[in-house]
Ligand binder design. Structure first.
Ligand code: SAH
Length: 358
């Protein structure tokens, strides 16, 4: 599995320790960004034997319904030529494979562009979707033709920046070393008040505001593409739909929460996605925001139960497992309420199943 060492045989923790000793504390955003780049680069963290499991890995129903959602919008737009499928952070390629199979049943067979930063995962994606192309980043995804985009549990892996209110004012949250050489969070020295919206500057000392500049940039770019090229996009992740304060940074290893600072590069670092801010950004960049709804309600609106029943009839010995998957994906205590689905479309594109906008 994962090799947390650099080419020179040093762990990422060693690298950070030397860096901090030489130049002082580093931003939490840098710590998270480099940790996750290392974490994903060399291994497949998904599944029972890995660190965490995602909706498409729980059941094929998830990807099929997401694919049908895109195909339905494309059909109601008059089946425009030149549409292509794009996915951000495709994991094992399971979501793409299931979504494309469902699309194919209604006559949509688009070219496929998978944006993946990890060579190890890209290799798995190539097996799952042999026809896929692998643009280095979103900027290399075609500039023409309607874009049909999915991103599941991608935004939560992007580095967050945290700002904390201190006596003298707002400061960035930094990672330093304590007396025993362990990583610890401290307030940086530079004033950051200008980075905090005026309405929130007066918060009491100790208040933490978390932002994700990388997620904001990605959603801005996707929204701009939708405005120019047409298409539809779903961002699915765990997160909140109203602004809030406090740190949501967490680390998962072997399906267990661990200290986010303890093992950089060896645990998956994630933060809640701020869907309220992302919806504003998308609208400001010309996309039509259809809404942000709970995953459970969305899947049920798309016919999760009927799909589960059809699968169970075709494979009666799987009926119980299929029922458990429905509960995991849509149950209120499981992924159903914590996970949200944000839909964006190009101007003039119709609303989509399970969203309030017409
Ligand atoms: N969507 C998949 C995988 C989720 S894990 C699923 O639902 O199963 C997060 C995915 O995002 C992985 O594929 C990871 O390699 C990718 N990823 C994380 N940070 C990235 C970045 N900065 N650039 C590109 N891909 C990234």
């Amino acid at each position: 599995m994962g090799d947390p060492t650099t080419g020179s045989g040093r762990t990422l923790a060693d690298h950070f320790r030397r860096l901090i000793a030489a130049t002082g504390p580093i931003s939490l955003a840098r710590f998270m960004g480099e940790s996750n780049a290392r974490y994903y680069a060399g291994k497949d963290p998904l599944g029972a034997a890995g660190d965490f499991i995602t909706a498409p890995e729980i059941s094929q129903m998830f990807g099929e319904l997401a694919g049908l959602w895109l195909a339905d919008i494309w059909t109601r737009t008059g089946r425009p030529d030149g549409a292509f499928y794009a996915e951000l952070g495709p994991g094992r390629g399971t979501l793409a494979r299931d979504a494309l199979r469902a699309m194919g049943r209604v006559g949509l067979e688009p070219p496929v562009h998978l944006v993946e930063g990890s060579p190890a995962l890209a290799a798995l994606q190539r097996q799952a979707v042999p026809q896929a192309r692998f643009p280095a980043d979103l900027a290399e995804v075609p500039m023409e033709g309607p874009i049909l985009l999915l991103a599941n549990e991608f935004l939560d892996a992007l580095p967050v920046r945290q700002l904390v209110k201190t006596g003298p004012g707002w400061r960035e949250v930094m990672v330093a070393l304590d007396d025993s050489g362990q990583f610890t969070l401290v307030a940086g020295g530079l004033p950051m008040d200008a980075a905090v919206p005026e309405a929130r500057r007066g918060a009491e000392d100790g208040t933490v505001i978390e932002t994700c500049p990388a997620a904001a940039a990605i959603v801005a770019e996707v929204a701009g593409r939708l405005a120019r090229q047409g298409g539809a996009a779903l961002f699915i992740d765990y997160g909140h739909t109203a602004a809030r304060t406090g740190s949501t940074l967490q680390a998962i290893r072997a399906h267990t929460k661990v200290d986010p600072l303890a093992l950089p590069g060896e645990a998956d670092l994630t933060a809640h996605v701020d869907f309220a801010t992302l919806a504003e950004i998308a609208s400001a960049h010309g996309a039509r925001w259809l809404g942000t709804v709970e995953q459970g309600a969305w899947l049920r609106a798309l016919g999760l139960e009927a799909r589960a029943e059809a699968l169970a009839r075709a494979a009666p010995d799987q009926r119980e497992a299929i029922g458990r998957a429905v509960e995991r994906l849509a149950g209120a205590e499981q992924m159903g309420r914590l996970f949200k689905v944000m839909a964006l479309v190009g101007p003039g594109w119709p609303g989509g199943a399970g969203f309030p906008a017409p």
